[in-house]
Design a protein around this ligand. Structure first.
Ligand code: FPP
Length: 258
């Protein structure tokens, strides 16, 4: 497999990593992994670089993480790339982040296609710059028939807004008789969310030492396993994803039962 060889060649500790990958593949891997990619600014500051340098380095980590997730057989990888609150950042930083999907896809789309990855996006599209949206929609279109990993970018995404919008949609459907009060259960409500195509995340990873959700998938993460690391996103490597999955595989999920 293409990505298998690349991981092998790129690592100094390649055989250890390869062994770990093979060990992890023997047990069930999480179907849906969601990541809050945090710490880009601090990574740059530590190197006396502008904050955007951290985002650029973070983009490269998106590629490696995607390839490994695909190889491991993870079905969905949701990456929190920009929140509805991130518009509060300086304009130059916002402009830079909004150019990253284009750069990422210009560089890596052929590789994503080759590896059967399907690109998706969740978030409020209307406020995105046209160039950002065009790049993403092109990638979504070109990969729509792929059957491997779904790489789902959360871009201009906010969970509270998503939930309020879902409630509004339910009310509209209630008024027009499409849905009745007795039909509204958790499964039906989930179908009104932006994640209606996906299962809930089994594993949430947040980098950079922050222990919070920051308005990310509040409904969907109700029963997810959480894995936090002090590693800053640009320093996140294959071994860290493997550590997170290994930890997940050792946990007993009870979903409220015993
Ligand atoms: C949070 O770190 C990171 C972001 C708001 C941007 C994340 C974006 C990427 C990793 C690149 C995405 C790539 C593609 C292809 C869309 P921060 O800036 O809050 O870090 P800090 O807490 O150290 O300041």
């Amino acid at each position: 497999m293409l990505n298998k060889i690349k991981i092998w060649k790129n690592q100094n500790n390649s055989s250890t990593l390869r062994d770990k990958i093979e060990e992890i593949k023997k047990l069930p891997v999480p179907e849906h992994v969601a990541i809050i990619m945090d710490g880009n600014g601090r990574w740059a500051k530590k190197r006396a670089l502008p904050r955007v340098a951290g985002h650029h380095e973070g983009m490269k980590v998106v590629r490696k993480t995607t390839m490994l997730a695909n190889e491991l057989g993870i079905k969905t990888l949701t990456l929190y790339a920009f929140s509805t609150e991130n518009w509060k950042r300086p304009k130059n930083e916002i402009d830079f982040i909004m150019k990253l999907p284009e750069e990422f896809l210009d560089t890596f789309l052929p590789e994503l296609v080759e590896n059967n990855v399907q690109v998706k996006m969740m978030g409020y599209k209307d406020q995105l710059p046209v160039h950002t949206l065009n790049a993403i929609e092109k990638a979504i279109n070109e990969t729509k028939d792929n059957t491997g990993l779904v790489l789902n970018f959360a871009l201009n995404y906010g969970s509270r807004a998503e939930i309020i919008d879902a409630v509004k949609e339910v009310l509209i459907d209630y008024k027009s008789g499409i849905i009745d009060e007795k039909d509204l259960d958790e499964e039906t409500f989930s179908s009104y969310l932006m994640t209606s195509d996906f299962s809930d995340p089994d594993l949430l990873i947040r980098t950079s030492g922050e222990i919070r959700l920051s308005n990310f998938m509040l409904w969907q993460l109700a029963y997810s396993e959480f894995w936090f690391t002090d590693v800053l996103w640009p320093d996140f490597r294959e071994e860290h994803l493997l550590d997170a999955i290994e930890s997940f595989q050792k946990r007993q999920r009870r979903f409220g039962g015993i």
